[in-house]
Design a protein around this ligand. Structure first.
Ligand code: CA
Length: 227
């Protein structure tokens, strides 16, 4: 996940860059609006963090121009001011979220992940694999007539697996798409979550749907005779 931070104050830019790099994002910095626009046009970013107070054009203008160029990249605006007007103006110019300085880097990271997740939100049609169904709108998961209660992370994980039904997804892909980060140490956590999910989705007597693919990751599909 590549992020462009547009911020002219070196200290703040550095703080954001270091903090998000620690959270496994690839972060570039632009120090004025004009170079930000050049960078956006030349290298597709997954997300922009845009300070409002910049030396040339302001953040609102950068935001407007990015949208005018046709980019749908999620944009999070930063401002030292907490004026409601700024917030509204930011969102009206096409920003997706707004954070007031000073902020906690963990909160910024959480907002970034939420934006990336929302941006990826695909179609909302119900998904099914064998007798397992998942409705992304009502968030109801059923195995036949049995309703399955999942935590929100388990739901996201199942949703991701089902959207790729029959395809093997790697732990890395799961980390990126369900947790929004690329973090190798997360792989154990993923295995634990998958096991929890399996216990709920595959009760004794029900066929296996979630299969481990050795050394690679997981796949959800109907059980074959050779499983
Ligand atoms: Ca600034």
């Amino acid at each position: 996940m590549r992020i462009l931070v547009v911020e002219d104050e070196p200290k703040v830019a550095r703080f954001i860059q270091d903090g998000l790099t620690d959270q496994q994002f690839a972060v570039d910095v632009a120090t004025d609006g004009a170079s930000a626009l050049r960078q956006v046009e030349s290298s597709g970013y997954d997300l922009l963090i845009l300070d409002i107070m910049l030396p040339d054009v302001d953040g609102f203008d950068v935001c407007r121009r990015v949208r005018a160029l046709g980019f749908t990249t999620p944009i999070l605006m930063l401002s030292a001011r907490s004026l409601v007007d700024d917030r509204v103006k930011g969102l009206d110019t096409g920003a997706d979220d707004y954070l007031t300085k000073p902020f906690d880097i963990a909160e910024l990271g959480a907002r970034v992940r939420a934006l990336l997740r929302r941006h990826r939100e695909p179609t909302l049609v119900p998904l099914s694999v064998s007798d397992l169904t998942l409705d992304p709108v009502t968030r109801v998961v059923m195995r036949g007539d049995r309703r399955i209660d999942l935590t929100s992370k388990e739901f996201e994980l199942l949703d991701y697996l089902m959207r790729h039904g029959g395809q093997t997804v790697t732990r890395q892909m799961i980390a990126e798409h369900v947790w929004g980060i690329t973090w190798n140490r997360l792989t154990n956590v993923i295995d634990v979550f998958v096991n929890h999910l399996r216990k709920k989705v595959e009760l004794p007597g029900e066929s296996r749907l979630i299969h481990a693919v050795r050394g690679v990751g997981y796949v959800i599909r109907e059980t074959n005779s050779d499983d």
